[in-house]
Design a binder for this molecule. Structure first.
Ligand SMILES: Cc1cc2nc3c(=O)[nH]c(=O)nc-3n(C[C@H](O)[C@H](O)[C@H](O)COP(=O)(O)O)c2cc1C
Length: 321
């Protein structure tokens, strides 16, 4: 799988509706599910793994958890689905996640992580990867990071998505943990030098990605989170810029129409509501974006809203997509 451009996993954002939207803009970008905890699959809604559409590959299933047995069971279940890769979340700093001792908290427990990864590899034919931070709390990132990566790589895993900042558990909220610990891109580049055989994909604060592509050329790819969600229109040139294939080149009104056609196939009002919210970013920066957002916010009114939005685009935003 070519991981040159990846869209980061984001809870409550990168669900199947947002991924459907992204696929209107790029065929090749690697997409992630939101993080799903193994317990919520094993003891909750087993259909969660079904939340997938053929149109979406390449797609990575991201799991949260720390129990090798549960992870192996979910990996076995995932064999029935067409995910390309299964990723273990070792970067989430939220207090709830920390109290469950998974996510970033596991960066201080390489032995547990190794057992999880071995179990996942033994029970899956898919690539197993991890998403990590540079470290947590007072870890010395010069020493502990290489040691952590070395230990994990002993299990045979080769793909590391690295959010280029530490996580500070307990003291900062998840939101602040995405802003306050400083980014350190140089440390990620050094990782690639120290482990040239591993695939290292860099994440964190990358906004101007067409230009920053050069800055990260020694790495194996870049991963974009918030910028992709807030400004999905920018994704329309990913295929040509990162993969050397023709862009889908859909106009904004065509994308809008496709999304509404898709919503009409959904039975569940909640799904429609979520999908409409994910469309807000599509119009960011355009004149009348606010008017469109108001129309999108009313899921009961979504059928007539379609024509009103298309009219707004056709009248005011011709050729802007
Ligand atoms: C709303 C939100 C939800 C997130 N959920 C997850 C998640 O489920 N799994 C994960 O590994 N990271 C999650 N993250 C972190 C992102 O994947 C990414 O590492 C972070 O936003 C930094 O990248 P960015 O600066 O490009 O946004 C989330 C981020 C946001 C903003």
């Amino acid at each position: 799988m070519d991981r040159s451009f990846c869209i980061a996993p984001m809870m409550a954002r990168t669900d199947k509706h947002f991924r459907y939207l992204v696929r209107q803009l790029t065929k090749k970008a690697v997409l992630f599910t939101e993080m799903i905890h193994t317990n919520s699959i094993l003891f909750g809604n087993r259909n969660k793994l079904d939340d997938y559409f053929q149109i979406e590959n390449p797609i990575v299933l991201q799991l949260g958890g720390n129990d090798p047995e549960s992870l192996s069971k979910v990996c076995q279940m995932a064999e029935n689905y067409n995910y390309d890769e299964i990723n273990l979340n070792l970067g989430c700093p939220s207090p709830k996640v920390k109290s469950g001792n998974f996510g970033a908290a596991l960066m201080n427990h390489p032995e547990i992580v190794k057992r999880c990864l071995v179990a996942m590899k033994e029970n899956s034919s898919k690539t197993i990867s991890v998403k990590i931070r540079l470290g947590i709390n007072d870890n010395d990132i010069d020493e502990s990071l290489d040691d952590f990566i070395y230990q994990l790589s002993e299990t045979g895993i080769k793909v590391f998505y690295v959010h280029a900042r530490k996580a500070i558990l307990d003291k900062l909220s998840p939101k602040d943990n995405r802003e306050i610990p400083p980014l350190n891109y140089a440390r990620v580049k050094k990782l690639k030098k120290d482990f040239p055989n591993l695939e290292i994909i860099i994440n964190g604060g990358i906004i101007d990605y067409f230009n920053q592509k050069k800055e990260f050329s020694e790495l194996d790819g870049i991963m974009i989170g918030r910028e992709a969600y807030s400004y999905p229109r920018k994704l329309k040139n990913i295929d040509s810029n990162f993969y050397g294939i023709a862009d889908a080149n859909r106009s904004l009104s065509d994308i809008t129409k496709n999304m509404f056609d898709y919503f009409e196939t959904l039975d569940n009002q909640n799904d429609i509501k979520k999908g409409l919210i994910h469309m807000h970013g599509l119009y960011n920066g355009l004149k009348n974006a606010k008017k469109i957002r108001i129309l999108l916010s009313n899921s009961c009114y979504f059928k007539p809203a379609k024509n009103e939005i298309i009219d707004l685009i056709n009248d005011n935003f011709k050729n802007v997509a």
